[in-house]
Design a protein around this ligand. Structure first.
Ligand SMILES: Nc1ncnc2c1ncn2[C@@H]1O[C@H](COP(=O)(O)OP(=O)(O)OP(=O)(O)O)[C@@H](O)[C@H]1O
Ligand SMILES: [Mg+2]
Length: 225
């Protein structure tokens, strides 16, 4: 049984937090059943040289605005980083195990659609999935769990993360209009591609981490048997 579960969401939506908790939960249940352990991976793979172009892009070396690198070029930067990580790090674990990924090809879908006109989204998405899953040959996810956060709440989370020092934001985070378009693109992708949506906010606040985790585990557990 090989499974790849992707935790997706906009910046600061809790992906790393929830991916780690889901991995713990799956690990505990698989250990009881004597199954192979679960691997957690995260993208971009900043500790690897394969993320060099992503780092250059996010630092603004190709231009200060996300749109200075077109959707297809930026997608390629992130895609080759995933390819390298798959080949060098987790291909063997995937073949008979469970991989939990914090971001994946689906992050390209969200972030790069936002640079394109809506009339171009389908063409881009078809190209993206063909490129990564068929031509490069990295695995397609078994399930994508999208952590939806209200835009106002995510702005607040980002501001508190940098404790007011907004110069530390990367070129995506700096561009509020870009982030709003990402939110719209993510909604479109979730609907079109059958992502499982978790509503992470209630009454203008984030819901509790444990409460969100229980919902994610409940969604993922039928897949894991
Ligand atoms: N449900 C929640 N309620 C309140 N705070 C949360 C919640 N989930 C995560 N956080 C906090 O929000 C911050 C961002 O979370 P996390 O790093 O998991 O998000 P992320 O989606 O991986 O972010 P990034 O997009 O920057 O990688 C962390 O400080 C985390 O502890
Ligand atoms: Mg993260």
């Amino acid at each position: 049984m090989h499974k790849l579960i992707v935790i997706e969401g906009l910046d600061g939506s809790g992906k790393a937090t929830q991916a780690a908790l889901l991995a713990d939960a799956v690990r505990a249940s698989r250990k009881e059943k004597g199954q192979r352990p679960v691997r957690q991976v995260s993208f971009p793979d900043y500790k690897s040289d394969s993320s060099a172009l992503v780092k250059m892009y996010l630092a603004g070396e190709f231009g200060e605005k996300p749109g200075d690198v077109n959707a297809y070029a930026a997608s390629a930067f992130y895609a080759v980083d995933r390819y390298a990580s798959y080949k060098k790090d987790w291909q063997g674990d995937y073949e008979d195990g469970v991989i939990i990924a914090d971001r994946y090809t689906t992050s390209n879908a969200i972030h790069q659609c936002s640079k394109l006109d809506e009339s171009q989204w389908d063409e881009y998405l078809n190209w993206l999935f063909h490129f990564e899953y068929e031509l490069l040959g990295i695995p397609a996810p078994s399930m994508v769990i999208y952590l939806r956060v209200d835009p106002e709440v995510s702005q607040r989370l980002l501001a508190s993360r940098y404790r007011g020092d907004m110069s530390r934001e990367d070129i995506h985070e700096k561009d509020r209009a870009y982030l709003q378009r990402c939110q719209k693109a993510a909604g479109y992708c979730a609907e079109r591609l059958g992502w499982r949506v978790i509503e992470c906010c209630k009454d203008g606040q984030m819901r509790g981490i444990d409460e969100i985790q229980r919902e994610i585990s409940a969604i993922a557990s039928p897949l894991l048997g």
